[in-house]
Design a protein around this ligand. Structure first.
Ligand code: IPT
Length: 467
């Protein structure tokens, strides 16, 4: 190894093949020291969440047993709880599949739009306790959380209040008749159910509010005090405005974040949480740390129920590995977590074809990114990696140390080709992670420079790969 440039002690060399990196203080980013104190910072839980990068969202509901049922189409009818009987249900199998996909957290849909609940709620009878499954004594939420613990996957729960066929409730969480007594009764059900889910199953990593949260002032249930009391540290997807640990939707169910994708969003976001109305890019000048989470089912959006639920005869609707990689590059590669939708079939298992596709995806990500050619980290507006010999590369990963804020506003990556610096990639947001792919090129060095930042950039990782 030939260390040519190592001018400052600020950098730490990580990879064996790395030759050198330097901090060039001469080029100024024009940062006022007092701006640093105005930086918006994530909570420790939000940092942990960003580090998790990939999660799964597991959908299972009574409609798997009655696919003709449309909760919104027939308000006066609900499938009988007796048809729900996943005789082979095995949550270990689900979580193992999630883990093989590279997921570090899993969110279970404990109650979707039909209103049928996967745990024996006290709020009403429409749940597993009225089903023949385990003679009405089972609890899928409890099984799920136990499996997550077993496999070291962080558990989360979805139990959205915005729609419920059993109580004739539709978005944004109001009973369709407009009847105030029925609304009051429904709000009580929501409060009881969320209290159960947030009290009885331990600490939750993430809570998922599909469609956001209808504020109490607009007729919704009184959710905020329960959340703050029971799960104060959970990351909250589209959570109530004013609560901490928020995460925003990226605006589609294709796993595609817009670029730039900033970690912060502003107070003009909807009260239901955090969908930035304009552009869905977030806002680099906004005061709230609220990064994006891109949800996408493994089965294509064009399949039954948007690909979120299992349907017989749709094994061919699984996204190809190429399609999943595209989602990964456009979510994780854009400072956004990827939440992959996983189906559970009528046996209570993730189908073999889905298990295989998830594993193939996880394996491919590991194969691509587990080993870099060279890495560096450090503080300042320029970092360089130099190689002993011309080296072919086609990917670069940049990570900011987001615990210290999202500081970069513009960056470029250049490669030294035949002694000259040539632009390989450039962009705006970096945040937790930015992945960029470019045509393979032989370089003798790489230079990351940050022409625009609001405080001295803190680079947790600059890594190059040849994939
Ligand atoms: C959509 C909701 O409107 C949005 O708030 C968010 O929860 C999203 O789902 C999650 O995927 S509804 C969907 C049918 C686009």
């Amino acid at each position: 190894m030939n260390i040519k440039h190592l001018r400052t002690g600020l950098f730490v060399l990580l990879a064996a093949m790395t030759v050198g990196c330097r901090n060039n203080k001469k080029k100024s980013v024009a940062v006022e020291e007092n701006e640093v104190s105005n930086l918006v910072l994530p909570t420790p839980r939000q940092v942990e969440w960003a580090n998790a990068e990939v999660g799964v969202l597991i959908h299972f509901d009574i409609n798997v047993y009655e696919p003709e049922y449309n909760w919104r189409g027939d308000w006066d009818y609900n499938p009988d709880a007796k048809i729900f009987n996943p005789t082979e249900l095995d949550t270990d199998q689900w979580i193992k599949a999630a883990k093989d996909a590279g997921a570090n957290y899993a969110v279970l849909v404990a109650k979707h739009c039909t209103g049928f609940s996967l745990w024996p709620t006290e709020a009403h009878e429409y749940s597993v306790k009225s089903s023949p499954w385990r003679s009405g004594k089972g609890d899928i939420v409890a099984d799920f959380v136990a499996s997550c613990k077993k496999y070291g996957v962080k558990p989360g729960l979805y139990a959205s209040a915005t729609a419920n066929g059993y109580f004739k409730v539709d978005n944004p969480g109001l009973v369709i008749t407009g009847d105030s007594i029925a609304q009051k009764a429904y709000n009580k059900v929501v409060e009881t159910q969320l209290t159960e889910l947030w009290s009885n199953y331990g600490d939750l990593f993430e809570i998922w509010f599909d469609g956001g949260v209808l504020p109490k002032s607009k007729g919704g249930a009184d959710i905020v005090p329960i959340l703050q009391e029971k799960q104060p540290d959970a990351v909250v997807f589209q959570g109530p405005y004013g609560t901490k640990n928020l995460v925003r939707w990226v605006g589609n169910e294709e796993g595609l974040a817009a670029y730039p994708s900033w970690s912060t969003a502003d107070s003009t976001t909807k009260a239901d949480g955090t969908v930035v109305v304009e552009g869905l890019h977030g806002n680099p000048d906004a005061p709230i740390w609220c990064p994006g989470e891109a949800d996408a089912p493994l089965r294509k959006n064009s399949s039954w129920q948007g690909g979120w639920f299992w349907h017989e005869g749709q094994d061919h609707m699984i996204n190809s590995q190429e399609e999943m990689l595209h989602k990964y590059y456009h979510s994780v590669g854009r400072n956004t977590n990827l939440l992959i939708g996983m189906v559970v079939d009528n046996r209570g298992l993730v189908p073999d074809v889905d298990v295989k596709a998830l594993k193939d995806f996880g394996d491919e990500i590991k194969k691509r990114f587990n080993t870099s050619i060279a890495e560096a980290k450090g503080e300042g507006e320029e970092i360089m990696l130099e190689f002993n010999a011309p080296t072919e590369i086609n990917h670069v990963i940049i990570m900011e140390d987001i615990a210290q804020g999202e500081r970069i506003r513009k960056y470029k990556v250049e490669g030294k080709i035949n002694g000259e610096w040539k632009l390989l990639a450039e962009g705006e947001s970096v945040g937790h992670k930015r992945i960029q792919e470019f045509d393979a090129v032989e370089v003798s060095g790489i230079r990351l420079s940050v022409p625009k930042a609001i405080a001295p950039p803190k680079i947790k990782k600059l890594a190059v790969y040849n994939i």
